[in-house]
Design a protein around this ligand. Sequence first.
Ligand SMILES: [Zn+2]
Length: 368
Amino acid sequence: MVLVEDGAIRLTDFTGAAPPEYATVTDFGPDGWLLPGLIDAHVHLCWDGTKDAVAHVSSDDRETVLETARASATTTLQDGVTTVRDLGDRGYLSLVLREQTPSTEIPEIVAAGPPITTPGGHCHLLGGEAEGADALVAAVRNRAARGCDVVKVMASGGNVTPGSNPLHQQYDRSDLRLIVEEAHRLGLRTAAHAHAVPAVADAVDAGFDTVEHFSFFTPEGIDLRQEVVDEVVQRGTFVSLTVGMAPGTAPVHPGIAARFAAMTEHVAKVIASGARVVPGTDAGATHGKPHGVYPYALIQLAELGMPNRDVLRSATSEAAEAVGRRGRKGVLRPGADADLLVLGSSPIDDMSAIADIRAVYRAGHRVR
Ligand SMILES: [Zn+2]
């Protein structure tokens, strides 16, 4: 039993006690499974999840992109994903969406604004170009002033930006350290996008709270470095693993397609490594990653060897800590937000139950 009042969990009871007399009761029966709402650690609400997502988010007019973001957010909420961390919008539109929309209509948005990137670098069309110590510090301060929760940095190039190479580093260690230091000083969390081996190593060394993708790309393939994993484990860095593809889709970017089998094997190794892993779908970024892909991410984690209980923990309480919402999200505990998901069968027995949704609550309001 979870008693909800004013959008928050007032009390919980797992002993079979009767609800208080004044409460309005919704009984999901003996087969119902109640979970905290799920958390996606890496989405792009402004991106439409098509092959041309980069072109659309870069060149569509502001109102169109805002509409895309609104549609992405409402779709995501229907899957029981009640918190998302948006790691790259255009022109701070994820913050605009958050300000304009009643909180019960969309997931809670933990916002980065436009990712900090080098001039002409990965995702530069989103508006976050900055280079040199003064500009980087100013970029972090600007995000804090606008109300961002997290600073996202492109430590390496990426796959979806024409002209960008994921094997190239965009910033050196001292730049990355400076960004982390300034962000933490201002109370913001930090996330680094890192594909190439040295970019992953530098991001971990610089003290980012989460490292996105954690790909360990080399020109030949993938090379998971044990010494970097050891440092991640020792520091408690969260690895935001890019998982989840819509059924029947395949990667469209040549660099990803060529490495796809190796990437799957790599993800399984990271899961087994002892690092703290949270699911980040990268929903919206490209074809195969539509908003609504999250259930497939959890099914994939289970298929790749993560025990089902650990998958659920990574998607709730662990992810809440990774995105800076510890205690308020991802737990069924008095004082936490009443973001709830009800399933029709046990995800401990079979992770596909994550798509067998009976109800979704956001801040105490039933939205499905
Ligand atoms: Zn991304």
